[in-house]
Structures are given as structure tokens and as C-alpha cells.
Design a binder for this molecule. Sequence first.
Ligand code: SF4
Length: 309
Amino acid sequence: MSNFPYRKASAFFKDKFNARVYRVAVDAGFTCPNRDGTLARGGCIFCDEEGSRASYVNPKAPIKEQVLDGIGKLKSSYGAEKFIVYFQSYSNTYAPIEKLRLLYFEALSSHPDVIGISISTRPDLLPESVLDLLEEISKKYFVMLEIGVQTFNYKSLIKARRFHTVSDSIDAILRAKKRGLHVVAHMILGLFDEINIETIEGGRILSVLGVDGVKIHHLYVIKDTPLEGLYRRNRVKVYENPMDFANLVVRFLENISPSMVIHRVQGFAPKRRLVAPLWTSNKHIISNLVEKIMREKGTYQGKFYRYND
Ligand code: SF4
């Protein structure tokens, strides 16, 4: 165990694969039932048209080409050694199963240094057929399943127009865990009017459910989203001061299982699309503040976690 105050994903991957593992984002052209009219149109209030796609991704290129292009860049820029192909944009299980099979295997066979895939999706898009496929792949490759839980507060889910339920999230986590996948929950801490204890409870619930990793986000406002109008009319608050959000992250970390892997501690958006908070365009501001606060307080991940793993 390193003396870093929380369990960073980079250290987890280094321990597991004895290599510098990076994720290569791809865009396979999926949409989302919350955008195409199946559940709703317009998406969650914070979702933007580009669906959080990484800036280097060319969504028009075939998957193999996107993977090879990304690997080339990551090798030359960061000395990356092994790769996990990250199906990132929109809902990456939202297609017929045979199409998913083709796409996932195309990614996995693109390059010998690809060691796994990471699939990002909604909690209500994980039928057993998809889990069968992911379990099959996990016999040979590392499979990370990223589930957009966001919050365990039902009112916040409604306000965000997620159109899935808290029980959808719990059900998805429990069924995915049975398949032996590395389950990662996406959580937006301090969403809308949630009080701090809800953030802490959210972390404890994830831990008790056996979630393997978490991606922490903050609420940020992107231009031309439904959230922008609400923000401009003072109907929603965001963490304008990064220190306030960093303190919330520290409380969350203190209350989760020490074994949970921390894949990120904030969201990111480039300045050209960002409305608020402006620190969102600084990718490292929260991780730097969190480390500083935790070292100064002498605190660490799991300090107040009181359940058994
Ligand atoms: S579920 Fe994800 S992709 Fe779909 S609208 Fe919401 S944030 Fe966007």
C-alpha cells in the first residue's frame, strides 16, 4: 500500500498489470434512450451534444482506427504501455447484442497491447444478454463496467431528468458484481440541494454493494444545455469555489471502503463550452486540493468506513 491518502487508479493498474495502463477513448456512434425519444428527448439536463467525448476522438473513423490512433498518441505523449479501450460517449450498451459483440471484439483485437475494455452506460441498459457478453469477455480480458448512478437521491434523479430509478442502479450493480466485472460507479457529489450526509451515505452504499471503483464528478454547466437556463435563472447551484468541492470529496473518501479504486475526483470541460464553475477547465485542481487537504489533516480513504468488505 502506498502512502498516498487514497487508492488511485494509476496505482491499482500498475499493481495489477505491472505496466503503465492508459485508457483509449473511442466513440462507436451510440445514442441514448434519454435522447432518442425512447425515454425522453433532450437528455439529462447536464448532458451536452458531444456526450463527453475526448477531444482526440474522431467519431467518424472505424473503431480499430480510433484505437490505433489513440494508442499512438498515448505512447508518444505519456510512455503508455498497455491499453483499455474506453467506450465513453453516450450509452455504450444501447444496441443489439450482435452489434455490441462485433464492436467490443474489434476494439480488443485492434492491437496486442490492448488488455481490456471499459464500457460506460446507464443502469437501466444492462440486460442479462449484455452481462453474458461482458462476462464472456472477462474470461480473457479486463472488463470495467461504468454505471451512471450519479446519486442515490430520488428527487435529484428526477430534477436531472435521468429517467432511471435508484433501484435500477442498485439492481445493475448487484447483477454486474455477480459476473465478476470491475464495476465503477459514476457519482456527482453534492448534486442540487443534497446535504453532505447524502454524499457520505452515497459512498457508504456503493461500498456496501461491493462497487470496485468510483468516478467522482461535480455538477458543471455546459453551453446550450437545459442546465444552462436553470443556472442563469439561479435555479441550481454549483460549487463555484473549488475548495468547497474538494472538502466534500475528502468527506466522501473518508467514508468509502479503503479498497475502492478512485478513477477520478472531478469532471472536466474545455473553456469554449463551459459556463460554470470556471475551475472545471483545470483538470487537476481538485486532485491537487484533495491531496493537500488529506495530508494536512492526516486523513485517508476509509478512515470513517465502518462496514466489512
Ligand atoms: S444518460 Fe448519459 S448519454 Fe444519456 S442523456 Fe444522460 S448523460 Fe447524456
